[in-house]
Ligand binder design. Structure first.
Ligand SMILES: [Zn+2]
Ligand SMILES: [Zn+2]
Length: 131
């Protein structure tokens, strides 16, 4: 698949790569303007959508319904989310083995990325549970 990117898409990727963390479209728009890239918000949204379809970036929807974008990387992280205090602990490794994904590739489905979130109580919150 040959990929032809517009200038705006290149600018979006370059900002996302520099950040190394997820960002919402509004903040990304502000960052682009700070760098002197005069993109409109609609162009930013269009660029994000195109890059998502291309498998370059991923979108995570937060519990509040807001979308966050980041570059898909092999060193992605999964989180343990505490429903008590709201803290997120990141895992160093991915619990999904690469072989686990192979059956989906075989079905002619091209997997760009996956997400996996764990919810529960951290050690501090467990000790605060009335029993
Ligand atoms: Zn907690
Ligand atoms: Zn993973």
């Amino acid at each position: 698949m040959s990929v032809k990117r517009s200038n705006s898409q290149k600018q979006i990727i370059s900002v996302l790569k520099e950040l190394k963390e997820e960002i919402n479209a509004q903040d990304l728009y502000v960052k682009l303007r700070q760098r002197g890239d005069k993109l409109g918000l609609a162009t930013v949204y269009r660029g994000l959508k195109a890059l998502k379809l291309e498998g370059t970036i991923q979108e995570r929807v937060s519990p509040t319904g807001e979308s966050f974008y980041s570059v898909i990387s092999k060193e992605h992280q999964h989180h343990l989310n505490c429903v008590g205090c709201g803290r997120s602990l990141s895992l160093d490794t991915c619990p999904l083995e690469q072989q686990a994904l192979e059956p989906y590739q075989a079905e002619n489905f091209k997997v760009f990325y996956h997400t996996l979130e764990f919810f529960g109580l951290c050690s501090v919150c467990q000790n605060q549970q009335p029993n």
